[in-house]
Structures are given as structure tokens and as C-alpha cells.
Write a new protein. Sequence first.
Length: 214
Amino acid sequence: MLRLSLMHGTDIMPFYTINAEYLNPYAYSFDWINRLTKKIGIPFLPITLLLLLVIIQPWAFYLALPAQLTYVMGTRIRPTELTAKKPDELSRDELLAISEQIRQRMQGEMNAAVAAHGQHPYRWRELWQRMKENRRFFPFFLPFAWPAVFTEFERRFVKNGERDFDMQLDKPGAFWKMIWRNPLIIAYFIPVLGWVPLAIKGYRDNKLGDKKQK
């Protein structure tokens, strides 16, 4: 990023997402596990307490806690003001030193943003109010219904090639119609064994995607 900015004489505009870590708190990632999950189409698997629920109920893979995300625009950074040399004259160590200056500046701004917006990451009353206001979209604002939405979108956008369509999530029976059109959704509600057909589909789709790329 720094090298491109210096080459083209462009500035860096940092944006900070505050409270994102509360969507899936205390999550860890390991490369050797991610290499395995990529084979069935999952780019990475966060190791967290929620993982126990994911094993029991596959739909919980999409679960995210209702954190209040706040997006903060930082101060414009001009890397050209941090060095008098041309980009091709800078050594790797010099680039790393400038990168560290930028990182520290951004870290300071993010710490200030956390202090201002990160003290109450969960706003349950506001969530309940939004659910009441949008009750016509029930159950799609609840995590257990998200696999149905994603699967139906994939069917229409990827398989059918539709580009301009309305999911009609507020129509009566929309959730059950999605299951009727995509029976595999049922697997998301089968404890433990539901992962078998989902893993097989993910593996096949991943292989098919690799063939298309070749």
C-alpha cells in the first residue's frame, strides 16, 4: 500500500471499524485448520466458543453477535511528506520504517475511536427496537434464517444468472419457499450429521470452481 501510494503520489484515507471483534469474540485462526476447511469452500474457520454450537447446529456457522459497528474516518495521510526520496530510491528498511510511522499513527487514531465508540459494543434495546420495526421481515433478521437467504441468493444469482431481482423477504411464507426450492437448507438444522451433505456440496463446488479457473 505504501509503495503504491508513493509511486502514484496518492494519499491514504484510513477508515476504522470499531467493535467488529465483538461479532465473534475470542476467536483464533490457525493456518493448518484453514487449509483443510478451504477444501470444502470455507476460507477460514475461527476457533471460538461458538464453534461448539456450530458443530451441533450447522446454521450457527453464520452466527454473529449483534455488535454495534461504528465506522470512523481517520486523518488523511500523505506518505510523500514522510520522505524526500523517490519510490525507487527507498530501500526495504526505509519503506518498513515509514510503514511503521503510518501504523503507529493509525493505531493512535483507532485507540481514540475505541475510547469514543467502543465502550458499549452491544445495544440490546436498540436491537429489539429494530426487530419490532422490521417485524415483517421475520425471521430473516435472526441467524438461523441466514443460510436460507444465502442459499436462495446463490441459486438465483449464480445458478440462474439473475441480476435484477427482489428477494421478497417480507412476503408470507418466504422462508419456507426458500427451503422448498433449496432442500439442502434442511441440513443446516440437522445436528452434527448435517455437516456431511454440506461438506460434500462445498467440496464439489470448490473443485468445480478450480476447474473453471484453469
